[in-house]
Design a protein around this ligand. Structure first.
Ligand SMILES: Cc1ncc(COP(=O)(O)O)c(C=O)c1O
Length: 446
């Protein structure tokens, strides 16, 4: 065991550490750290060597399981061969190969890829592409962007603006002008304890028509939604909802963007969530599982006509003045190519579909446990919503998170919702192991 990984072993407290942790309760964490030191397959190990089953695939990203040898070795080879290549006006073969491999898996028509380094960058890239696409076609008046309440689209300016989680927005001022939001689809009065897609709520898609009429449809560039809104606590789209959004976008020439940072790469039993739902957007944003999270990477996939709109003007002109130093980073491409090999060799992109009904039964078997007010699931995702403690929203689920850590599971929480989405390599006995710990936790928290 690496002793340096364990600050207590060095007799050092983290309380005054320089590290400003993201999306974390810094002071609380540093008083009682929950540290991870090693990972293998579906397990994390703490610095003391305690094993934790990974109930949320790291942060919904390690879809093929941890420290996969093939991916690790591909990155090791690449870092020793060419650690970096400039992506502007230069290239390296793996970037082209990886783009082709990604679109082979994509829904029909999404044939082009712009690489980024994260989900947040993918979202801001897609929003910029949407605005620039309309302008390139002579519709520069389409400047409005529509998101959805409770949506999460990363932490950059555009994504924060179209996002709809209030705590993530309210301290950052006016954000981006011209943004509006659809209502969210969460309706526990009608849909609590739904298995898979809830029956009620397709009509909420008509909110897009309402906003289109409010602002004039010809001013709207794009609408962005997560097919399943995961970070807010797993809101599964009602039956027919995504289809209606597609119809309204078509009616008004609005681009439909699916933010598939989580729902792609097998989480719903297909390469992309769009394929699971049978609804094809104009652009897809993704990241996370694209490299099994081994090296940061994101991507924006787009339909051919979006790409074509930019391929005009003099041949020597730069068509898209946008990109990042690390776009198509060689280590990310190496990791991505190896990841797609692992997904293909092990059939992982279809595995959630095979496990879905077993997973669903195990999740819904928790109904009736103390504090459980809703259970939702789709693919290899489940959420268990707890009644909040009076005057202390989030406290009960946070206690569950800490208790799970003590009992041998890593389970992420959002507000008072436990979010489960294990690596796709999980086996049925390990699903049992995970839910047994969650059950014990729910039975033990106040
Ligand atoms: C739907 C969605 N979009 C964007 C992001 C942001 O991705 P990143 O944290 O890689 O920037 C996330 C992260 O969870 C996400 O779930």
């Amino acid at each position: 065991m690496n002793e340096r990984a364990h600050p207590e072993a060095l007799g050092r407290s983290l309380e005054d550490s320089a590290f400003f942790m993201p999306f974390s309760a810094n002071r609380q964490f540093k008083k009682a750290p929950r540290l991870l030191a090693r990972a293998d397959g579906i397990y994390y190990y703490t610095p003391e060597g305690r094993r934790l089953i990974d109930g949320t695939s790291g942060l919904w990203c390690v879809n093929a399981g941890h420290c996969r040898r093939k991916i690790v070795e591909a990155v090791q080879r690449q870092v020793a061969t060419m650690e970096f290549a400039p992506p502007f006006q230069m290239g390296h073969p793996a970037a082209f190969e990886f783009a082709d491999r990604v679109v082979e898996l994509a829904p029909p028509g999404l044939r082009r890829v712009f690489f980024t380094n994260s989900g947040s960058e993918s979202v801001d890239t897609a929003l910029k592409l949407a605005l620039a696409y309309h302008r390139a076609r002579g519709e520069g008046q389409r400047v409005r962007l529509i998101g959805r309440e409770r949506g999460y689209h990363g932490a950059n300016f555009g994504g924060t603006a179209v996002g709809g989680i209030v705590a993530n927005r309210k301290i950052f001022g006016a954000l981006v002008a011209g943004v509006d939001h659809l209502r969210h689809t969460h309706d526990p009065a009608r849909n609590a304890f739904s298995r898979g897609q809830p029956r009620h709520g397709a009509e909420l898609a008509e909110d897009l028509e309402r906003l289109a009429q409010l602002h004039d449809p010809s001013t709207i560039a794009a609408v962005i939604v997560e097919p399943v809104a995961c970070s807010t606590g797993v809101l599964v789209p009602p039956v027919g909802y995504l289809e209606r959004l597609r119809e309204i976008c078509d009616r008004h020439g609005i681009l439909l963007i699916f933010d598939e940072v989580i729902t792609a790469w097998g989480r719903l039993g297909k390469p992309f969530g769009a394929q699971h739902f049978g609804v094809t957007p104009d652009l897809i944003t993704t990241a996370k599982g694209i490299t099994n999270a081994t090296v940061p990477m994101g991507a924006v996939l787009m339909k051919e006509d979006v790409f074509r709109a930019f391929m005009t003007g003099p041949e020597g002109a730069i068509e898209m003045p946008h990109g990042y130093t690390y776009s198509a980073h060689p280590l990310a491409c190496a990791a991505g190519l190896a990841t797609l090999d692992v997904y293909a060799e092990e059939g992982l992109l279809g595995r959630a579909a095979e496990l879905a009904s077993y997973w669903e039964d195990k999740a819904h078997a928790l109904k009736g446990l103390p504090h459980v007010i809703d259970i939702r699931n789709i693919g290899l995702i489940a959420a268990i919503e707890l009644a909040p403690r009076a005057g202390a929203p989030g406290a009960r689920a946070f206690d569950a998170h800490v208790r799970a850590f003590e009992k041998g599971a890593y389970v992420r929480v959002a507000g008072d919702i436990l979010e489960l989405a294990p690596p796709l390599i999980i086996e049925k006995p390990q699903i049992d192991e995970l839910f047994a710990i969650v059950r014990e936790v729910l039975e033990s928290i106040a």
